[in-house]
Design a protein around this ligand. Structure first.
Ligand code: UDP
Length: 329
């Protein structure tokens, strides 16, 4: 199958491109390089530079490349920034997704895979998080994901769009081949920040709060390897054949790790110390978020190849050691 990977030069998109190739399908990349890296695009994969909000541009690619499925990884993801500049998030994450879906409609491409986030569940009353819990996002970023989820439901019923929504927990790690990995600017995620503190690229890490109602007082998160996430997407292709199919999966390992546990694993894996201090809670952080991945495991035969935080951090460490300054371009 031919898969249009929108945001294919970004962190998760670029890993998905490799997994699509490994599964014997053909990826085609669209990226506007606002956050993507040219160095993450593999040789030989068609690259169309431009914006998913440009309906004619996307429509012409869908037609000329005979695309079967569209995958959308092109969201803005900084929760804090979404609070100070919500319109930027609504424009990119909602308006431009409307345009992308419109282009798909015009070109009669009816299969869509959408990257959502566990943040759509907000501060849930139940843990682990399963698919049937109510959606209660509270940040503008989370709300944009929730709004697209709702919109996709309407499109499925009105136009016969078939979609799979994947709610990621904490996407982490790097392809073990060592050529691509996580390179955000600014970086806000715990694992790369802890690695950079170990490498001496940052003075220290700040632990955001040690007074949460968790075993060690720091937040619990479900770190899931980016290649594992990618393989779940590919397993969904064959489930999208009937018009109007609506699928929702929570993708995490189901095994939470605390902030202090992650820091300890970075110490173990690197053999270096991780300097850190303790700061106040970060606004918007929930005490715990981890998945019940049973539905993806059962229905998609999803196999988690990186089931523990050690193997995930080890893959990230390899990338950061071999690419201390991230991608060259
Ligand atoms: N965190 C932290 N210090 C940092 C960055 C993150 O203590 O500099 C904590 C954060 O409060 C959360 C966890 O690490 O509990 C994971 O945060 P991250 O930003 O990586 O992902 P999120 O769960 O917010 O999507």
């Amino acid at each position: 199958m031919k898969i249009l990977v929108v945001g294919g030069a970004g962190y998760i998109g670029s890993h998905c491109v490799r997994q699509i190739q490994a599964a014997g399908h053909e990826p085609v990349i669209v990226d506007n390089f606002v956050y993507g890296h040219r160095g993450s695009v593999p040789n030989g994969v068609p690259l169309h530079e431009g914006d998913m909000g440009n309906i004619e541009f996307i429509e012409s690619i869908l037609t000329s490349e005979s695309i079967d499925v569209v995958m959308h990884f092109a969201a803005f993801t900084y929760v804090g920034e979404s609070t100070t500049d919500p319109l930027k998030y609504y424009e990119n994450n909602v308006s431009k997704t409307v345009a992308l879906l419109q282009a798909m409609r015009n070109a009669s491409v009816p299969k869509f895979i959408f990257s959502s986030s566990c943040t759509v569940f907000g501060e849930a009353e139940e843990m682990p998080l399963h698919e049937d819990l109510p959606l209660r996002a509270f940040s503008p970023y989370g709300q944009t994901k929730q709004d697209v989820e709702t919109m996709l439901g309407f499109c499925a019923r009105a136009y016969g769009l078939s979609y799979a929504i994947f709610r990621y927990f904490n996407a982490s790690g790097a392809d073990p081949k060592g050529t691509i990995g996580e390179d955000h600017d600014p970086e806000t995620h715990l694992i790369p920040l802890a690695i950079q503190a170990a490498q001496g690229k940052r003075d220290k890490l700040t632990v955001f709060g040690t007074d949460y109602p968790t075993p060690d007082g720091t937040c619990l998160r479900d770190y899931v390897h980016v290649n594992d996430l990618s393989r779940a997407h590919i397993a969904a292709f064959e489930k999208l054949d009937s018009p109007g199919t609506e699928l929702h999966y929570n993708l995490g390992t189901g095994k939470p790790a605390s902030v202090l546990e992650v820091i300890n694993v970075v110490k173990e894996v690197s053999g270096l110390s991780v300097p850190y201090d303790v700061g106040p809670r970060r606004e918007g952080d929930v005490p715990a978020a981890y998945a019940n991945p049973a539905k993806a495991i059962e229905e998609l035969e999803w196999e988690i190849e990186f089931p523990d935080i050690q193997s995930i951090v080890a893959s990230a460490w390899k990338w950061h050691q071999s690419h201390p300054n991230g991608f060259e371009q």
